[in-house]
Write a protein of this length. Structure first.
Length: 370
């Protein structure tokens, strides 16, 4: 019997400094997965490779529908042909098979199948969950040790969706209670969420209802639209599940599918092109880093330098999707900033070239790096 192992991509533990901007998260290990396996028998290894292949497809596309695509199904029969290496390891007395695949060929397969490709830069989601697991309603905290938290870990791993839980220390407890989440008092929860610097926050409940569990969830942006009277959810989902684990799976799946619609990009089949510029590029090393960064973005087919004027570098880009896809993806990345937003926060930063460039139609960015 085979099953997926948690740990290739773990849920984000709360980092030490709340003052540091977290924003998005870099997801690594998108080319690997591991499954538990009863023995090293060849037949079991073959099945394990197939299951690991499906896990990697799910990580890189973000949508369950990718697993039923005809081209993916055809490749599944010879999943080992995309494998680069495999190995066994033991954990807590259980044997596991870890498999690595050729990431470029995985992405090529998704492109040929017309499926979305989700890059490694992904939104960080803060989860505010009220759960009735032991007869009492409580908010699931960062330090909780429970089966529901373990399931969130597993689902975060299998879908490569970075999740964060509140500390529920004195600061959180003074701002958010069980009834705030159950009653969808979004302003209270949004204010408490700001300290965590996540891109989105999730409000959800899981409660027993007879022989089943009823779940509800809503996903919200980090900050309220200034023109809106109140925060509105980006997605809502509710339903019944046989177990708490099934309810958690449904919540994470709904969140992942929304992000796929926003940040995973399929090839439109059109020859879309655009230009963007980076300013305050001070040396060749920084320029090379920016070039490499653009080349690996899931929105970009190819990138080349169009011109260099002083510390301003303009790039010609060929796109898989459209310009909106590209700029949405760039806005998620903490390594990249725009002068429109930066000027409001740090007016002393901009160079003369940056100000002049920002007046043109080409979207202007600057490189913050790590």
């Amino acid at each position: 019997m085979l099953k997926f192992i948690l740990g290739i991509f773990v849920i984000f533990p709360f980092l030490a400094s709340l003052s540091a901007a977290v924003h998005a998260a870099d997801v690594n290990s998108l080319d690997e997965a591991a499954v538990s396996i009863e023995s090293r028998a060849t037949t079991l290894r073959s099945e394990g490779i197939k299951q690991a292949f499906e896990a990697v497809i799910l990580k890189n596309s973000g949508t369950q529908a990718a697993l039923t695509n005809p081209l993916v199904q055809k490749q599944l029969k010879s999943a080992s042909s995309l494998m680069t290496q495999y190995g066994y390891f033991e954990d807590a007395g259980e044997l596991y098979l870890k498999v690595n695949f050729d990431h470029k060929r995985i992405i090529r397969l998704l492109r040929e199948a017309g499926l979305p490709v989700w890059g490694k830069q992904r939104p960080l989601t803060l989860v505010w969950l009220v759960i009735n697991e032991n007869g009492d309603r409580e908010i699931l905290s960062d330090g909780a040790a429970s089966s529901s938290r373990n399931t969130f870990d597993s689902e975060s791993s299998s879908r490569a969706v970075p999740l964060l839980f509140p500390l529920m220390d004195l600061d959180d407890s003074m701002k958010v209670g069980v009834n705030d989440i159950r009653g969808r008092f979004t302003d209270n929860v949004a204010n408490a969420s700001l300290r965590y610097q996540a891109n989105y926050f999730l409000m959800a409940t899981i409660e027993p209802q007879g022989a089943v569990y009823q779940y509800q969830m809503g996903l919200y942006p980090r900050e309220k639209d200034p023109q809106a009277l109140q925060m509105t959810s980006l997605i809502n989902s509710s339903g019944e599940a046989a177990t708490i684990e099934d309810a958690v799976t449904a919540i994470v799946a709904a969140t992942s599918e929304y992000y796929v619609g926003q940040y995973a990009i399929a090839d439109s089949g059109e020859r879309n092109t655009t230009k963007i510029a980076f300013v305050d590029v001070t040396d060749i090393k920084q320029l090379v880093v920016i070039e490499r960064y653009l080349a690996q973005l899931s929105a970009i087919k190819s990138a080349s330098i169009a011109s260099i004027q002083g510390q301003r570098v303009e790039f010609n880009l060929a796109l898989f999707g459209d310009e909106a896809d590209l700029h949405r993806l760039l806005s998620l990345d903490p390594q990249v900033g725009t002068f429109e937003s930066n000027n409001q926060q740090n007016q002393g930063y901009s160079s003369v070239e940056a100000i002049e460039a920002s007046q043109k139609e080409t979207q202007i960015y600057y490189w913050k790096g790590q």
